[in-house]
Design a protein around this ligand. Structure first.
Ligand SMILES: C[S@@+](CC[C@H](N)C(=O)[O-])C[C@H]1O[C@@H](n2cnc3c(N)ncnc32)[C@H](O)[C@@H]1O
Length: 272
């Protein structure tokens, strides 16, 4: 599939999940985005751009940190995400700019900004190195860029997600799956993307994000509410078999009445 086809496919997937994304009662995208924002430490008065803002997980934290003297903007390729984020901005009564936009070719008018954040987006882009270069062009002198990507999962989680493997077409890979290849397989790989775009003092920090589930039905609900929905769609009529196998494999993560899965998250920050 060519680059524009891949971008359109990802956009359509996130458009389908937008109504449920990050709303299933499992803290996941919001704490990861909050950790990313804390890592880049926005200062009052700064201008922030959140690329691939989704429903605004990083945007609200960034807007609060820069305060009324600063500015916060977010772009996303999925119209449903943009609509949901705008509704959330109105509900929160926060003044932010949220636009439909492509992370692989962000409009020059989005810059200059002091800070760019992008949480769990870069691995969806067909040419992440080119994307990061285009982001750096939007940074003011001494601006910072911070990205969140996935490190390794717990072995139980690896085995759980592997239930989809027989059904996946090569181009339909979940972020964490594609994260085991190319630049997202290591700290050096992601740091290299930032360094190759001209950023200095690139540093990496990791933390563990846990997902708590009541049962396998809970996992079905959660996993269908974000990018992994694409895997369920690929499984099609085999979904009941996938779920039964997942239930067996999930058992290895039993923690009292429920289950706890762990995912390493990598935060990478560089300076212009
Ligand atoms: C896993 S979600 C992360 C959303 C948000 N940053 C968060 O942490 O909740 C990935 C987001 O990237 C967006 N995205 C994927 N490809 C994109 C592109 N080419 N341009 C802009 N946004 C894109 C998707 O629409 C989706 O909202």
């Amino acid at each position: 599939m060519d680059h524009s086809g891949r971008i359109a496919q990802v956009a359509a997937l996130f458009d389908r999940v937008a109504p449920t994304y990050d709303t299933t009662g499992h803290p996941w995208f919001t704490p990861i985005a909050a950790a990313l924002v804390a890592e880049v430490a926005p200062r009052p008065g700064e201008r922030v751009l959140d690329i691939g803002t989704g429903r605004g997980a990083a945007l609200w934290a960034a807007a609060e940190a820069v305060g009324p003297g600063g500015s916060a903007a977010g772009i996303d390729i999925a119209p449903g995400m943009v609509a949901a984020a705008r509704e959330e901005a109105a509900r929160r009564n926060v003044s932010v700019r949220i636009e439909l936009g492509d992370a692989t070719a962000p409009a020059a008018g989005l810059g200059p900004v002091d800070l760019i954040v992008s949480s769990l987006v870069l691995f969806f882009l067909p040419d992440p190195a080119a994307a990061v270069r285009s982001w750096v062009d939007l940074l003011a002198p001494a601006g910072r860029l911070g990205v969140a990507t996935f490190g390794p999962r717990d072995p139980v989680w690896e085995r759980l997600d592997a239930v989809f493997v027989p059904y996946l077409p090569p181009e339909l890979l979940d972020a964490r799956t594609s994260g085991s290849r190319g630049p997202f397989a290591s700290d050096e790989g992601v740091a290299g993307l930032l360094a190759a775009a001209g950023l200095r003092e690139v540093r990496t920090r990791h933390f563990k994000q846990h997902l708590h589930l009541r049962d396998v039905g809970d996992w079905r609900h959660w996993s269908g509410s974000h990018g992994q929905r694409g895997m369920w769609e690929a499984a099609g009529d085999a979904a009941p078999e996938v779920l039964a196998l997942a239930a067996e494999r999930l058992e290895a993560a039993r923690d009292g009445d429920g289950y706890t899965l762990g995912q390493d998250v990598r935060l990478t920050v560089g300076h212009r």
